[in-house]
Design a protein around this ligand. Structure first.
Ligand code: AR6
Length: 181
């Protein structure tokens, strides 16, 4: 049985099979959660990232976690928010492709950062309205595979965007209907 939850936490302190980094196309580090993950993982993470030849927006690549409590880091590149129709498509791709990559590596617990909602400017409520339906639908579509998904919230604003969405949710997805937070 899979699970979906969100909580206020620092993703660099979480111990799961893989944490998902909000990277940029170079995969060579940056600020925000990317900088925090590289600092906590140590320089070997950057060394491995140098061999990946970057990553396109919406796609995902995997490395080891080195000094992090989690075994692997999935690096995905969110869209720079533009207000266009491609934003939600690309943000959804980040989450789906990261989960698909986790399955390919036989991983069963994944913690996401709130991709694109910092430097890349994606409005929190709009991101929540993409992330929660996409992840919960992915779990339904992969019901033969056990996957525990944690959506990390670095602050109350991210947390509130998820809880506001869930409170207003009127659909039939069991992961959202029964979500405890
Ligand atoms: N744990 C969990 N979440 C965090 C942490 C943490 N330790 N630190 C920040 N966040 P951002 P983006 C949240 O800007 O918008 C980088 O320079 C933060 O509160 O890190 O996708 C990359 O290299 C926010 O909600 O990522 C790219 O150039 C969320 O992480 C660019 O920023 C994402 O904010 C990517 O921008």
């Amino acid at each position: 049985m899979s699970s979906l939850k969100f909580e206020i936490c620092d993703i660099t302190q979480v111990a799961v099979d893989a944490i998902v980094n909000a990277a940029n196309k170079t995969l060579l580090g940056g600020g925000g959660v990317d900088g925090a993950i590289h600092s906590a993982a140590g320089p070997e993470l950057l060394e491995e990232c140098r061999g990946l030849n970057g990553c396109e927006t919406g796609e995902a690549k995997i490395t080891r976690g080195y000094d992090l409590p989690s075994d692997f880091v999935i690096h995905t590149v969110g869209p720079v928010y533009s207000g266009s129709d491609s934003d939600p498509v690309l943000l959804a791709d980040c989450y789906r492709n990261s989960l698909d990559l986790a399955v390919e590596h036989d991983l069963h617990s994944v913690a996401f950062s709130a991709i694109s909602t910092g430097v890349y400017g994606y409005p929190l409520a709009d991101a929540a309205a993409v992330v929660l339906p996409v992840v919960s639908q992915w779990l339904v579509d992969h019901s033969d595979y056990s996957m525990d998904v944690l959506l990390t919230c670095f602050d109350n604003q991210v947390y509130d965007s998820y809880s506001d969405y869930v409170e207003k949710y009127t659909g039939s997805n069991d992961y959202l209907k029964k979500l405890k937070y």
